[in-house]
Design a protein around this ligand. Sequence first.
Ligand SMILES: NC(=O)c1ccc[n+]([C@@H]2O[C@H](COP(=O)([O-])OP(=O)(O)OC[C@H]3O[C@@H](n4cnc5c(N)ncnc54)[C@H](OP(=O)(O)O)[C@@H]3O)[C@@H](O)[C@H]2O)c1
Length: 249
Amino acid sequence: MSEMFSLKGRVALVTGASRGLGFAMAKALAENGATVIVNARDMDTLSAAAEKIGAEALPFDVADAATSRAALEGIVERHGRLDILINNAGIQHRSPLVEWEDEDFDRVIAVNLSACFRMMREAVRLMLPNKFGRIINTGSVAAILGRPTIHAYVAAKAGLHGLTRSTAAEMGRHGITINAIAPGYFATELNTALINDEAFTKWVEARTPAGRWAQPEELGGAVVFLASDAAAYVNGHVLAVDGGLSVSL
Ligand SMILES: NC(=O)c1ccc[n+]([C@@H]2O[C@H](COP(=O)([O-])OP(=O)(O)OC[C@H]3O[C@@H](n4cnc5c(N)ncnc54)[C@H](OP(=O)(O)O)[C@@H]3O)[C@@H](O)[C@H]2O)c1
């Protein structure tokens, strides 16, 4: 591996990393030399995931502001620094528009957008003294293309792409880059309902130029690149990893 992509000596936190895309990204970071801390709420699943990749398990709910802040500060106390934050924890809620409850909308926004904002702010506070940081937000193709029933999710991801740009514009001169990865359709637990729907899977295969669902490991290259020295001048970018979905009709 070229030194340019090495993450040796870097300390990385990945939220929502007990399974799915977060786990795959945490694994890729660990394999490229980073000290990795994985987060999720359920401790049993998280411990098992952490053990598989030699990571530290740090359970907390990203929607809980005080706990999240303490968790980030704890990382610096234990490891001396925080270099990389992958803001990945996310939830979904599907419902016809007229049946959406306010609480469901607020819950999705709280986890998928407000928590990401707070995590970025707290992480930047800890990164500033080192004049180095990499923040990577998990966005979505749903930030740029609408889809029925997932209104809060689309709003949150569009907001997260926007936050990526505004924070990048402010932090660039401090050695901190902030980018997003916009995945297309990945086969994870979040999409269980869709994967089990034969008609939907046929639609994904026809709609995506790659002709198939993606596997979580296929995010590894993108996250390692954005976290590495190779991407030092890449800032405020949204990298689509979607098999060509967002550029085709
Ligand atoms: N799969 C796709 O096709 C796709 C496409 C575009 C974007 N994304 C985005 O990618 C991210 C990961 O999705 P995924 O498909 O890997 O989902 P997933 O399989 O459902 O995994 C979600 C992870 O987030 C954790 N989590 C959920 N709420 C949390 C909270 N409040 N605090 C801390 N951790 C929390 C979950 O563990 P616990 O439940 O134990 O907390 C789990 O580890 C999400 O932001 C999603 O929107 C996914």
